[in-house]
Structure formats: structure tokens, C-alpha cells
Design a protein. Structure first.
Length: 78
């Protein structure tokens, strides 16, 4: 979703452009809060995400769902 909404790849290194990999997930809110406090980070986005309704059609075109709504069978023309 980050890639679609903000048009950036979250797994691309901002310094060298190399591919990054997820090595772990932090699931304890207390641990996350301590890291954020230590790094003196704030949660302010550079720009807000676009309105959902305005870009829903573009998102569907860019990445159409598969398996949810099967295409209707093609008509056979003899």
C-alpha cells in the first residue's frame, strides 16, 4: 500500500538505491515507542495521502484484483 499511495518503494534504500529486505517485525508497542523516542522521531508525513475516492479507479487499473471477480466467459463465435 505504501508503494501505491505514496508512489515510493519502501524496500529501496534511499541512500544507494539498493534493495532492502525485511529481517524482523516489531510487534510490541512498548518496544516501538522506545525506539521512536530514542531516535527522536515524529509522525508527520511529508505530504498527506491522496483522497481514497479520487484514486480508487487508478489503483484498480494499476493492480487489478485477481480471483475475486472472475472475468465473464468469452463468447464463442463460430
Amino acid at each position: 500500500m505504501i508503494r501505491k499511495i505514496y508512489e515510493v518503494d519502501p524496500l529501496t534504500c534511499p541512500r544507494c538505491g539498493g534493495e532492502m529486505k525485511v529481517v524482523s517485525f516489531l510487534t510490541e508497542p512498548v518496544v516501538v515507542d522506545r525506539i521512536i523516542d530514542h531516535l527522536k522521531l515524529v509522525f508527520v508525513a511529508e505530504r498527506p495521502p491522496p483522497p481514497q475516492a479520487a484514486f480508487q479507479g487508478l489503483l484498480w487499473e494499476a493492480d487489478p484484483p485477481t480471483g475475486f471477480f472472475p472475468d465473464p466467459p468469452a463468447e464463442h463465435v463460430p
